[in-house]
Ligand binder design. Structure first.
Ligand SMILES: [Zn+2]
Ligand SMILES: [Zn+2]
Length: 142
């Protein structure tokens, strides 16, 4: 089965699989651009988003996307301020600080645990019912 879509970047038709609707060519270009941006930030740690976007010819939207994907990191003296969406702490990349991330992960783990416990309880109930039905039959036979 093929899923033909138009690349959102160049408009070319391509066989879409998953993720961003971007053709392989453009994906490669973006990847090359990313390496260029990363190198630029390494060499110019004091530059802001606007400066990077102008120097590397990349949109600030794309830069922000890389930040959210945790691909671009900024040092403490960088003018680019990224803050945790939950507590507002200064972070180097992504959306949450390490502390909030741990809390979110724990909360997720708890939900999974609760679900597993509920499933186990249900299964035990079912098995108990089956056992009762079996002993009931035995009782009828005798
Ligand atoms: Zn394309
Ligand atoms: Zn936080």
């Amino acid at each position: 089965m093929s899923n033909i879509r138009n690349c959102t970047k160049c408009g070319k038709m391509f066989n879409y699989i998953a993720g961003d609707v971007i053709c392989d060519n453009c994906k490669k270009e973006i990847e090359e651009k990313f390496q260029e941006v990363k190198k630029y930030i390494d060499e110019n740690p004091g530059s802001g988003l606007k400066q990077i976007s102008e120097a590397c010819d990349v949109t600030s939207k794309q830069l922000k996307k890389w930040i959210l994907e945790e691909r671009l990191m900024f040092t403490e003296n960088s003018p680019i301020q990224i803050t945790c969406e939950n507590c507002g702490a200064r972070i180097q990349t992504g959306r949450l600080c390490a502390k909030c991330k741990a809390t979110v992960t724990n909360a997720l783990n708890d939900t999974v645990k609760q679900r597993q416990q509920a499933l186990a309880a249900e299964l035990a109930k079912k098995q108990q019912k089956q056992a009762e039905a079996k002993s009931g039959m035995k009782f009828l036979k005798t």
